[in-house]
Design a protein around this ligand. Sequence first.
Ligand SMILES: Cc1cc2nc3c(=O)[nH]c(=O)nc-3n(C[C@H](O)[C@H](O)[C@H](O)COP(=O)(O)OP(=O)(O)OC[C@H]3O[C@@H](n4cnc5c(N)ncnc54)[C@H](O)[C@@H]3O)c2cc1C
Length: 309
Amino acid sequence: MLDFAIIGGGPAGLTAGLYSTRGGLQNVTMFEKGLPGGQITQSSEIENYPGQIEIVTGMELMDKWPEQCQRFGLKHDMNEVKQVTKNGDIFSIKLGNGDIVESKTVLMATGSVPKAANIKGEGEFFGRGVSTCATCDGFFYKNKDVIVIGGGDTAVEEAIFLANICKTVYIVHRRDAFRASPHEVAKMDKLDNIVQIMNHTSEEIIGDNSGVIGLRVKDKNTGEERTLDGLATFIFVGRDVLNEPLKQDDGSFLCETNEAGEVIVDLSMRTSVPGLFAAGDIRIEAPKQVVCAAGDGSIAGIQAISYLQ
Ligand SMILES: Cc1cc2nc3c(=O)[nH]c(=O)nc-3n(C[C@H](O)[C@H](O)[C@H](O)COP(=O)(O)OP(=O)(O)OC[C@H]3O[C@@H](n4cnc5c(N)ncnc54)[C@H](O)[C@@H]3O)c2cc1C
């Protein structure tokens, strides 16, 4: 019987492991299907982690985190979690290898992943001008022209964020109206350096040895093609929340989620189910940054101790 089962070994899960073990919990296991570190290990340049002055890769940033946690007793089980259920006060965690582990508390810290737009050049130039995070990468294109693909809330909000940093922001949307909230669209409409390219599909991200140089778009009405010049293409076409382990046999979720499948938590990272916490990118209104995920994880670790007391 575990005291605390942590599902996901990214910044949120690792920090929860650190705080819970250092705070006195004896029996804490982090289930991570791959190597610990999380999705930030895919990033080639991070310059917004506090105290980290030199630009580092995600691998470098996360290198020492598991070692620090394990020093205080966190155990790592390299296993995928398939399902979490609750019977009475106890959680059952079904693992990919068929084992079932029981725990008194559980943290969901499995994150979320951006959806791909499936455009030519997207994979080739990912990390070399193709990005899914304006907060992370916008500053690299200060006073330059950039392109945003998408028409929902995230696309519009990120275009507004980029407009503060970049010279011109082209936002390309395949429909004739944005799906984002009217309030956000009205804010965007007021910004002179956002150029809205409506009713256009994104055909190809164009680049050379230096990275992205533009995006080829096609007018849906006339079929005419042209290239927008920009040194980065930010893609915001939705996210897949990795909430699969919360799905119950009847198709419902173990705890409350919003329409996008993000887990609803309070400021203590508590879900609607006592003893079940969620932290990091999987939770509602997550800023999707390493420092925020780590902050969430520390709160969840502290709260798990308090719940068990
Ligand atoms: C390319 C890129 C660049 C980025 N740049 C920056 C940046 O510059 N600055 C910044 O602050 N943030 C950046 N981010 C965002 C940052 O990586 C995330 O906000 C952060 O990693 C979220 O942490 P998390 O712990 O919530 O989730 P994640 O980091 O996604 O970790 C979740 C972990 O759970 C594991 N997992 C998932 N499902 C299961 C399961 N069923 N069983 C077991 N394990 C599971 C995954 O393998 C993963 O390791 C970037 C992200 C990407 C992809």
